[in-house]
Design a protein around this ligand. Structure first.
Ligand SMILES: [Zn+2]
Length: 58
């Protein structure tokens, strides 16, 4: 089961309707620019710089 969010009171619940206000809950959409992507590219850069091929050039 996925965690859902109430738009009315920002309550997080596993239920289809918010137990607090009775409003229908929504599946929170992932942000368009997620910080994970940023760290992902940083990780990739770090991996590249730490690759054996680059180490040989140092
Ligand atoms: Zn609610």
């Amino acid at each position: 089961m996925k965690l859902r969010k109430c738009d009315g009171c920002n309550n997080y619940t596993f239920k289809q309707t918010c137990p607090k206000c009775g409003k229908e809950t929504v599946n929170p959409a992932p942000p368009r620019y997620s910080p994970e992507d940023k760290y992902g590219s940083l990780r990739r850069k770090f991996k590249e710089s730490a690759a054996p091929n680059n180490l040989n050039k140092l």
